[in-house]
Write a new protein. Structure first.
Length: 233
């Protein structure tokens, strides 16, 4: 294993790698063979120095005057993110959100096939969502074991989220994607990523407020005579 593969990459960099990957795949599909750090930075909305620093963790430094080879950079990022093979996931909760997630084709396309979806509601059992049959929560251990699942998705109401996480951990799941608006408590060695739609909307609200303030300021300065100092006789 090369030295850079054993070096821990900062979480902020890990969070940006999927963004770079998506952008690079799009560039490759457009027939673009190489890209500069400035070009990738502009597409990703970050500065070029940050791009170069992030990619250096992969052992990729580009070529002066040429930049980075797009397809090779795609390979490097996919390798670092563990996307060289599939990672089956199990979804706990077959409500509206769980069904939407199970029916989302992007999971399978990107190497995260839905191995199972479980629920405690008898009315939901044996229904088929996205080609996957909803099974009882009691089948969770069997699904995880038979499909070699290490990633679980919590799509339950808030009050059931911690129990869902506890059950996932108990059957051997070591990574959890949490859509419930609660903070989960898990043992050391288990990774949790929280998807909080309310927080994302608040961030968008901030940007909208900034745009509105900038627009208002621009209109104010456009008023004839505004901002001029008075001249005494």
């Amino acid at each position: 294993m090369s030295p850079h593969r054993t070096r821990r990459i900062p979480e902020a960099t890990v969070a940006r790698l999927p963004v770079y990957l998506q952008l690079l795949v799009e560039q490759s599909e457009l027939g673009i063979d190489s890209i500069s750090s400035d070009g990738l930075a502009e597409l990703a909305g970050v500065n070029a120095a940050k791009v170069r620093k992030d990619l250096s963790y992969l052992g990729s430094y580009g070529t002066r005057g040429v930049g980075y080879e797009v397809d090779y950079l795609v390979y490097q990022i996919r390798r670092e993110l563990g996307l060289e093979h599939e990672w089956p996931v199990v979804i706990v909760g077959a409500g509206n959100l769980g069904q939407a997630l199970a029916g989302y084709g992007g999971f399978n396309e990107r190497g995260f096939p839905v191995a199972g979806i479980v629920d405690i509601d008898p009315a939901k059992l044996d229904t088929v969502v996205g080609g996957v049959r909803v099974r009882p929560l009691s089948d969770l251990a069997q699904i995880v074991s038979s499909k070699s699942v290490s990633i679980g998705v919590v799509a339950t109401p808030p009050g059931a989220a911690q129990d869902a996480a506890d059950r996932l951990v108990k059957v051997g799941v070591t990574s959890i994607l949490n859509f419930a608006p609660v903070v989960l408590s898990v043992p050391a060695g288990v990774t949790v990523r929280k998807v909080d739609l309310a927080v994302e909307l608040q961030i968008l609200s901030y940007h909208e407020q900034r745009r509105a303030a900038t627009s208002a300021a621009g209109q104010l300065h456009a008023v004839p005579g505004h901002g001029r100092r008075g001249v005494s006789a």
